[in-house]
Design a protein around this ligand. Sequence first.
Ligand SMILES: NC(=O)C1=CN([C@@H]2O[C@H](COP(=O)(O)OP(=O)(O)OC[C@H]3O[C@@H](n4cnc5c(N)ncnc54)[C@H](OP(=O)(O)O)[C@@H]3O)[C@@H](O)[C@H]2O)C=CC1
Ligand SMILES: O=C(CO)COP(=O)(O)O
Length: 329
Amino acid sequence: MTSIAVIGGGSWATAIIKILSENNVSIRWWLRDRAAVDHIRKHHYNPDYLRDVRLSPRKVKTFTKIADAINGAEYIILAIPAAFVQEPLSGLTPQHFAGKRVVSAIKGMIPTSNCLVTDWVEDHFEVPISQISVIAGPCHAEEVALEKQSYLTIASTDAACAADFSQLMSCRFVTANPLTDLYGVEYAAVMKNIVALTCGISHGLGYGDNFQAVLVSNAMQEIRRFVDAVDPRERDLSASAYLGDLLVTAYSQFSRNRTFGNMIGRGYSVQSAQMEMKMIAEGYYAVNSIFDMNKKYGVEMPITEAAYKILYERQPPAAEIGALKRKLR
Ligand SMILES: NC(=O)C1=CN([C@@H]2O[C@H](COP(=O)(O)OP(=O)(O)OC[C@H]3O[C@@H](n4cnc5c(N)ncnc54)[C@H](OP(=O)(O)O)[C@@H]3O)[C@@H](O)[C@H]2O)C=CC1
Ligand SMILES: O=C(CO)COP(=O)(O)O
């Protein structure tokens, strides 16, 4: 039986636990909310996210201290939005991570340093990069809860590491495939959130499917330019880890980033949209990180720039999407 610590109590953590529970695993789940822990111990479902997902008390144990959750675990899965992942892990040291594999389920960047979560884990906790992987691919927690057929990609620089964890993340309704393009997959996952957010803004402004199709096609080219500049290597961006993830997030009713953008397009301020949404839209933070990073690379990125001007320079969405409109082909 494989022992796996899951860090984070939101929708994606809950969905990942549902997938893993289909296999021969023992799950050590850390949530920051004491009341949620008590509730799960008593009622065997998460009171705040995906309430329909039943949690096996035999397989899933909850913890209020991270060090206890990761004690004895072979894998540590991080499933907290990137903007908030540092604080709960701040009491941990490289010793806590020694000999363990780390999996990032996070599609975001550490905002204070603009670094990928996997780079942060490697630097901060001295985990060899070959022992780190990411969970990627087009997969919404809500559809996992409904057991709708889904596909994931597990990316690691080490093929065996990716293959091993792919097995654990495959079940009746999920097929997980390994890939060795760790950085390409991770950057693409961060950037698709920016695109979904911009799709949402356009939709909120009244733009239709015709416009969105062109926006998404241009976005794929923007992702290619940026990823090639940051981590040049042969990769097939039409694979589901890249294009598939972009499509699901840009078009799905479940997308947090699209929903957030839609509110901005309809006139909400960033703060009021964040307050109204019960979940976190990673894209808001990603816009700032990627925009900032690109000062070094100088890649042509009209979509990210438009999103940055709207979200961080408070430029009117209608004017910025209007200007973007003239740059799309
Ligand atoms: N949802 C999905 O379908 C997918 C999500 N992802 C990625 O998974 C990651 C997690 O997202 P998701 O589960 O959807 O997010 P949710 O908004 O559903 O949950 C956020 C989680 O983060 C916790 N959190 C918020 N602020 C803090 C904080 N300051 N300190 C500690 N914990 C905090 C929340 O705790 P609390 O409940 O106590 O507020 C909650 O457990 C993101 O990077 C996202 O991009 C990837 C693929 C699919
Ligand atoms: O990454 C995700 C699905 O693959 C979740 O992000 P969204 O909720 O914004 O689509």
